[in-house]
Ligand binder design. Structure first.
Ligand SMILES: NC(=O)c1ccc[n+]([C@@H]2O[C@H](COP(=O)([O-])OP(=O)(O)OC[C@H]3O[C@@H](n4cnc5c(N)ncnc54)[C@H](O)[C@@H]3O)[C@@H](O)[C@H]2O)c1
Length: 344
């Protein structure tokens, strides 16, 4: 078993790899726990959940990250009799982790929680780091809080049942970790690029482990995103805007945003032409880009509504070289100007 630790001023959170997800149950039995999951996970794995622990299953998908779902879960927890000593175990992808982390953080002013992370995207990114957010009126993660889970279990065996399209959403965030912080991981992804698919999960354990090490190290240094944590937003400024315009999956949108950010890093003179071409070629080869064409003018118009906007600018994440990112405050108008000139 391998372990990565996220240290924050309030808690120590551990992410565990190479152990069966069912070993987690020893940690929760006999303490007034509740499992929060979605209907897909419940259908596939529910029979293996521990007997006697109540299960609350939500509808799969982003729409469940809503106030009405939270209200419904809280009512059920009250009826079940979960008290302040209770424990919330989220079993699912990023949606379930966000919901379970949010509910646990506010229920009776906060109970402990942990995750069994079942999608590639949640294993490499969403379940680690202590951000717990839900959506309001179409604004993503607009209410939420920082609070670390006690533990996160990443069991790659669970990825065998993940739909292939979801695998590629996670691959995009995995690539992001390499691009911003680890040239060696990037070289590994380049060497595996033709083979990375949900049909062969053998390389995935090591790749996920390294991505989580990167995220944990960044979050430990800056839990509240006042500085270095911003680099985790690489590809997200342009990506989020495209995601909102076209309602495309998050990982595809981030892949497109990373491609644009690579070209922007080149045009600002940070990245060499050769590196820019290599990285763009890699993104194109990984099967992670959106399957529809993106109108850059439409996306450029959307940049001004970015929720990470700071006054007239955004702390934009550039690459200085493959595996090294930094941020610079760039005005909204300069971001939009670049984007209007961006061609895939
Ligand atoms: N809190 C954070 O720091 C953070 C970071 C990144 C993303 N997120 C959030 O994560 C969410 C996206 O997460 P996601 O991509 O995991 O989406 P998701 O949770 O909706 O899962 C995608 C689909 O795969 C299914 N699924 C998950 N694991 C499965 C498995 N092992 N077998 C079969 N089916 C499985 C789910 O039921 C769902 O239908 C977004 O809401 C995003 O905002 C949060």
């Amino acid at each position: 078993m391998r372990r990565v630790v996220v240290e924050s001023p309030a808690t120590v959170s551990e992410v565990l790899f190479g152990c069966s997800w069912q070993t987690t149950f020893e940690r929760i039995e006999g303490r007034g726990s509740v499992i929060i999951t979605d209907h897909n996970i419940d259908r596939i794995y529910g029979a293996l959940f521990p007997k006697g622990v109540p299960v609350i299953a939500v509808k799969p998908g982003e729409e469940s990250k809503s106030i009405s779902t939270i209200e419904d879960i809280v009512s059920q927890m009250v009826s079940i009799g979960i008290d302040r000593e209770g424990f919330v175990l989220g079993i699912g992808g990023g949606v379930v982790c966000d919901i379970a982390g949010f509910v646990a953080s506010v229920y009776m002013r906060g109970v402990e929680f942990g995750f069994i992370s079942t999608s590639l995207l949640s294993q490499v990114d969403a379940s680690t780091g202590g951000k717990n957010g839900i959506n309001v009126s179409g604004s993503k993660n607009v209410i939420g809080l920082f609070n670390q889970p006690r533990f996160v279990i990443c069991d790659s065996a669970m990825l065998k049942t993940l739909p292939e399209s979801e695998y590629f959403q996670g691959l995009s965030e995995l690539l992001k970790a390499a691009l911003i912080a680890d040239r060696e991981l990037l070289e590994t992804i380049i060497s595996l690029s033709g083979q990375l698919s949900s049909a062969d999960l053998s390389p995935i354990d090591d790749l996920v482990f390294r991505a989580v090490e990167i995220k944990a190290s960044v979050v430990t240094r800056d839990e509240r995103e006042h500085g270095v944590r911003r680099i985790l937003n690489f590809g997200h400024t342009f990506g989020h805007a495209a995601e909102l315009c076209y309602n495309i999956p998050h990982g595809n949108a981030v892949a497109w945003g990373m491609l644009a950010a690579i070209k922007f890093s080149r045009s600002e003179g940070y990245l060499s032409g050769e590196d820019s071409e290599t990285l763009a070629g890699l993104i194109e080869s990984l099967n992670i880009l959106p399957d529809k064409s993106i109108d850059v003018d439409r996306v450029a118009d959307r940049i001004q509504y970015d929720k990470k906007r700071s006054g007239e600018g955004i702390h934009f994440v550039f690459l200085r070289s493959p595996g090294e990112a930094f941020t610079r405050l760039v005005s909204i108008s300069d971001l939009a100007l670049f984007l209007r000139s961006f061609k895939l």
